[in-house]
Design a protein around this ligand. Sequence first.
Ligand SMILES: N[C@@H](CCC(=O)N[C@@H](CSS)C(=O)NCC(=O)O)C(=O)O
Length: 390
Amino acid sequence: MNCVLSRIIVSQIRATNPNVLTKGAYRNHSKMVEQIPFTKDFIFRQFFDSTSCTYTYLLADTTTKEALLIDPVIEHAKRDFQAVKELNLTLKYAINTHMHADHITGTGELKKLSGCKSIISKASGAQADIFIDETDEIQFGRHKLKVLATPGHTNGCVTYYLPEQGAAFTGDALLIRGCGRTDFQEGSSSTLYNSVHQKIFTLPDPTKLYPAHDYKGLTCTSVEEEKRLNPRLTKSLEEFVKIMDNLNLAYPKMIDKALPANKVCGLESTIANSEETWDNKCCYANNKEGYSARCRNEAADKLGEFSTLNNYCCVNSQRRTKNNEEGDAGYRRQDSNESGTAKVQHVSGKTQEFFENRKKQIELENIKMKPTIVFSCVERQIQNDFEKSR
Ligand SMILES: N[C@@H](CCC(=O)N[C@@H](CSS)C(=O)NCC(=O)O)C(=O)O
C-alpha cells in the first residue's frame, strides 16, 4: 500500500471510530495504558443478576482448584455453585465486599450447598464465619486477595485486590464512571472520596476494576480510566459532596428485606429465630397526621406498661409475625382515642440510623400515617435509645 493511500485509510478509520488506535493515534494518547493479563493458572468469571444489576465474581486457582465467589446473590446461588462444579472447582469462600442493601447475599445459601466459609469485613456489622480487615489476606491456591478498607458507601466496605492479576473488586465504593451512594447505612461522601482517592486511585494505572454493580451494561474499567473520566471522583471534595447530596436516588426496592437478611449473611435459619424475640420488638412509623399512639409490645403488655411516642405511631402486634411477614396491629390516636388496625412488617435487626433514614424517606415521599402503612420494627433497646435522644 502506498503512503498516501495508507494515510487516507487511517484518517477514515479515526473519523468513524475515534477509539480505534492507529499507530499515530496511540502516540497521541500517551495516557492509554496496557492492561495486565490474567495469569494462566487463574480463573475469572463475571456473573450478573439482572434484578439488582449485581455482578458476582468467581475466582479460582487452576492448579489447586480452590475457588471463591465475591458478592453472590441469593437467587443465583445454585447457578453460581453449578458453575463451580462444572469447572471441577472447590468453593472455599463466599465473600462480600459489604453488607448490601439492594439484594440478599447468596453466601448463606452457598454455605448450605457447598460447605464453604462466608467472609465479610469486621466493620460491616454482619455475621459471617470469618471477619477480615486490612491486615488479612484471603488465599485460594497460590493466589491471595488483599483487603483494602474503602468505607463511605457503608462503614464496612472493602475492595479486594489481586496485585499479580492487576485486578481489584471495588464493591460499591467505585462504580464505572460513578460510585456508591452515601445517603443511608453509614454513608459518608467525604469518607468515600478519601477511600477512593487514597486506596483505589493509588493502585497502578492499568489495574482492572470490577464493581459490584453496573446499571448500563458496562463490565470493567481501570484505575487510569476512572482517574480521568469519573464524573464524580475527578472533582474536588467539595464538589463531590454536593453531587452526592443531590443524587436524589430512590431507595433500593429490596432494602427492608435485604439489610436484616444480610446482617446474618442471608441465613434464613438465623432470621427465623426473630419470631421468638418478637416480644422485644416494637413498631414505629412516621406520623404526619398527629397520631401519637400508645404503644406496647407483648413484653411490656405483660407488665402493664405503655409508652407514648409523640410524633410516631407505635403499634402493638395483634399476632406474632415472622421476619419480613406482614401482620395486623392495633393503633390508637392519643388525642381522640380513635383506634383501628394497621399493617405491620416485622423486620429484625434494624439500627436507629436505618429508622432515621426510613423516616426521612417517608417524609420525602410525603406519605402520611395511614392504618394501612407497613411499619418497620426495631428492637426495644433501640426504641429506648431513640426516645432518649429526641
Ligand atoms: N434501583 C436499585 C437501586 C440502585 C442503587 O441505589 N444502587 C446503589 C448500589 S446498591 S445499594 C448505588 O449506590 N447507586 C449509586 C448510583 O449512582 O446509582 C434498586 O431498587 O435496587
